[in-house]
Write a protein that binds this ligand. Structure first.
Ligand code: ADP
Ligand code: MG
Length: 497
């Protein structure tokens, strides 16, 4: 071979080698990126783990905190607030009552006609509106004026047959689902905001007084007769139709629970012992925290950047406001470090709270063979045009990890309540049933979450006991319950007897 030919052959071979090396490097890069994606996924899965033993530890920790919260004010992260509800509805309530349900994404105004003994709910109607985001972080007056205005419209449209008898004021049960230190059944001061609300001039103020002033400003003739939150309302609404209801759990934008406690088991209660011997406790369990809680770096970052850092940690890994946001944070990490959505990180993926829990549940429930729903959501919400099946599968797996952790933690919380009530094991000779009234958009619509929660509790209490613990979806319970409590605490009760 001549020198030039040799040179050309060498150059040619080198070029082939270079191309081959590029291809190999590209493949290696791709495969090492995929390996990075898988390792992010597995690490997250491991950190989110909730083996039964851990759930039992958490339930025990919940019981300890419940005792501490009942012992003294400020004794625990669990406020264990005294609701002043010592008499749940009996079924004898009578008349037309109103309810206002404010506590997160939407608020509702209800009108309920109660039929008295054995009459049940004769009529109910409601109107719903969302809270404009600017009012969630504005002033108390702006928020309450907006609400009072809607109430004014609702009252103005009232059919004549629902008018109050002469000389009698309309009465309202106010479901206000934020931590409130009650001072009576119809007064209480806001402790702090949660769930994305932050209205500084409202903290520490009497919630009923603020609402009443706004009602007056808007010319609504109405007395607030009961102040509750959604858990208390749901408990009351549930008890009205089922005597075995003793616990209520809300899983919606946020999460919380209430249950019926023996009045004598509440050392911090210095009032008279109620005739019933019982008092409903609003746990504010969203603020639960324990060293065994499975927290990841994504949860910690979400918390640090939230409006209420360090608070509501249980809520932030369990409830609807946050689950989609946790998913977004893990996907962002995968986009940055493993390029799962291509070389550029999709700009939309960097927007906090753009991925909502309803989107997440739609993707999680995707039953199409090519995960079309996942592909569509990624396209519509995050503007990621094409995604491979492999990536879509990762998204579903993440949904499953996040929802499973939340649902199992909620089950552990319920186990804690059952333990505190002494209803977690079959009682000697007894077949007492404990019904848990459940409500909230997350519980209602996220089937995988709900099934996981119920299965987990059944597993935790065991087969025999599982037969005595019943979940009941309490439809609109929180609003109706508030109307029922307004009825049982009516100003005009003596008129009727
Ligand atoms: P709130 O808690 O604000 O009173 P809801 O009980 O109606 O209101 O709960 C609303 C929350 O439920 C939403 O913020 C959302 O997180 C969750 N949610 C609503 N629809 C769905 C859905 N289809 N899948 C999963 N979660 C849902
Ligand atoms: Mg609600």
């Amino acid at each position: 071979m001549r020198k030039a030919a040799v040179g050309a052959a060498v150059v040619g071979a080198a070029a082939v080698c270079a191309v081959a090396a590029l291809v190999v490097r590209h493949r290696m890069r791709k495969s090492s990126k995929w390996a990075r994606c898988v390792s992010i996924l597995r690490e997250f899965e491991e950190k989110c783990g909730t083996p039964d033993a851990k759930l039992k530890q958490l339930a025990d920790a919940m019981v300890v905190e419940m005792h501490a919260g009942l012992a003294s004010e400020g004794g625990s992260k669990l406020k264990m607030l005294i609701s002043y509800v010592d008499n749940l509805p009996t079924g004898d309530e009578d008349g037309v009552f109103y309810a206002l349900d404010l506590g997160g994404t939407n608020f509702r105004v209800l009108r309920v006609q109660l039929g008295g003994k054995a009459g049940g709910i004769v009529h109910q109607e409601f109107t719903e509106a969302s809270i404009p985001p600017n009012l969630m972080v504005g002033t108390a007056d702006a928020l309450f004026d907006y609400i009072a205005e809607k109430l004014a419209n609702f009252v103005a449209e009232e059919e004549q047959k629902f008018n109050q008898p002469p000389g009698r004021q309309r009465e309202l049960g106010f479901t206000f689902s934020f931590p409130v230190m009650q001072t009576s059944i119809n007064s209480g001061n806001l402790i702090r905001w949660t769930k994305g609300f932050s209205i500084d001039d409202m903290v520490g103020k009497d919630v009923v007084a603020e609402l009443s002033k706004a009602l007056e400003r808007k010319g609504v003739d109405m007395r607030v007769s009961a102040l509750v939150n959604d858990t208390i309302g749901t408990l009351a609404g549930g008890r009205y139709s089922n005597k075995d209801v003793a616990v209520a759990v809300i899983l919606g934008t946020g999460t919380n629970a209430a249950y019926v406690e023996r009045a004598q088991a509440i050392p911090k209660w210095h009032g008279p012992l109620p005739k019933s011997g019982e008092m409903v406790i609003n746990m504010e369990w969203g603020n639960f925290r324990a060293s065994h809680l499975p927290l990841t770096k994504y949860d910690n970052a979400l918390d640090a950047e939230s409006l209420n850092p360090g608070e509501q940690i249980f809520e932030k890994i369990t409830s609807g406001m946050y689950l989609g946001e946790i998913l977004r944070r893990v996907l962002l990490k995968m986009a940055e470090e493993a390029a799962i959505f291509g070389d550029e990180v999709p700009p939309k993926l960097q927007c906090p709270f753009i991925l909502r829990t309803p989107h997440m549940s739609a993707m999680h429930h995707d039953a199409t063979p090519d995960l079309k729903v996942v592909g569509d959501k990624l396209k519509d919400i995050l503007e990621i045009p094409n995604t491979s099946l492999k990536v879509r599968r990762v998204v579903v797996e993440l949904c499953n990890i996040i929802a499973t952790r939340g649902a199992r933690l909620a089950a552990a919380g319920i186990l804690g309540i059952l333990k505190k009530m002494g209803r977690d094991t079959p009682r000697s000779g007894g077949s007492a049933k404990t019904v848990i009234a459940m409500d909230g958009g997350l519980y209602e619509h996220y089937t995988e979450y709900r099934n996981c929660l119920e299965t987990t509790l059944n597993e935790l209490v065991g087969e025999e006991m599982a037969a005595h613990v019943v979940f009941e979806h309490s439809v609109d319970g929180s609003g109706i319950g508030a109307a029922l409590l307004a009825a049982s605490h009516s100003l005009y009760l003596e008129d009727k007897s």
